[in-house]
Design a protein around this ligand. Structure first.
Ligand SMILES: [Zn+2]
Length: 294
């Protein structure tokens, strides 16, 4: 009788041990599954984030041309136009603020305003290689409909992280005519293939697939180009070229597909120079604003 009770007691203990073990196994399995799920979600988010950054500016493949490094010990940190920079203007405080952190300076009839937001030196967009002689200004389009100047600059800056290609430009002119300078004109940009070594590159924003520049953008590009030509002793006749003229690339799209508009643009620049020679040469013509986060 006693033996029977003891056996029953043993069997009961064994059952409850098994029960506890099963419970523990289930608990551990659930914990592992939760961690696996968290890991999976993290990986998927990272991939989606990475892809969204990469496709932000899809098709303008400016150049993968690597220019031989002829850096001859010149202090590349010096902006050749730095001496013209005025103090931060108080007039900027009431300019329309956008989602972008940059406070834009405004270009008007008598001034060319430049937002200085230089890229960090890196092998993918700002190699720091000296640009000793400027023989032409090259016009590009961003191939990113609706993208702002700052967004395009950010794309160039991000190349140091993503390392997907080499691309940049000295200046980007936005949809409101704002000008962002990414690279000092004493350094090369990765924009115009084998002409990187002797040209300054201007990227122009556009609002749709036609690649047509709006009036505000065109006006700033005209003034910026005119100033660069005068500064470097070049003529509008042979000092302005399209990316297309260098490599045959469809860039800037609208000016390649509309040769008459391209000729008109060059004439507008020439006229602007002949009408404003003194103003273009004066230090007052330029105003700079260093990029600041709000
Ligand atoms: Zn181009």
């Amino acid at each position: 009788m006693e033996e029977k009770a003891e056996r029953a007691e043993k069997a009961k203990r064994s059952r409850s041990r098994k029960k506890r073990r099963r419970f523990l196994i289930r608990l551990v399995t659930i914990i592992i599954l939760i961690f696996a799920l968290i890991g999976f979600i993290t990986v998927v988010s990272l991939i989606v984030y990475g892809i969204s950054r990469l496709v932000k500016r899809p098709s303008e493949t400016a150049s993968t041309e690597i220019v031989s490094d002829d850096d001859s010990g010149i202090d590349l940190d010096l902006l050749d136009i730095k001496t013209d920079a005025g103090p931060p203007s108080s007039a900027d405080s009431d300019t329309e603020s956008t989602a972008n952190a940059v406070t834009s300076v405004q270009t008007d009839e008598n001034h060319l305003a430049i937002n200085l937001h230089l890229l960090t030196k890196n092998p993918y967009s700002r190699p720091g290689t000296a640009l000793s002689k400027i023989n032409a200004v090259v016009i590009h389009y961003t191939a990113s409909p609706g993208g702002t100047a700052e967004q395009n600059r950010e794309y160039f800056e991000d190349l140091k992280v993503f390392k997907t290609r080499k691309a940049s430009a000295h200046f980007i002119v936005g949809l409101k005519g704002e000008i962002v300078q990414c690279i000092p004109t004493k350094e090369i940009a990765y924009a115009s293939n084998d002409r990187n070594k002797d040209t300054v590159a201007i990227e122009c924003c556009h609002s749709d697939d036609s690649g047509k520049f709006n009036e505000a953008t065109l006006d700033s590009v005209k003034k910026l180009t005119a100033w660069l030509l005068v500064k470097n002793g070049l003529s509008a006749e042979d000092g302005i070229i399209r990316h297309y003229d260098v490599s045959g690339k469809l860039c800037p799209k609208y000016f390649v597909e509309h040769e008459d508009e391209w000729e008109k643009f060059k004439k507008d620049v020439a006229d602007y120079i002949s009408e404003n020679k003194t103003m273009l040469a004066s230090a007052d013509y330029l105003s700079f604003k260093e990029y600041e986060t709000s």
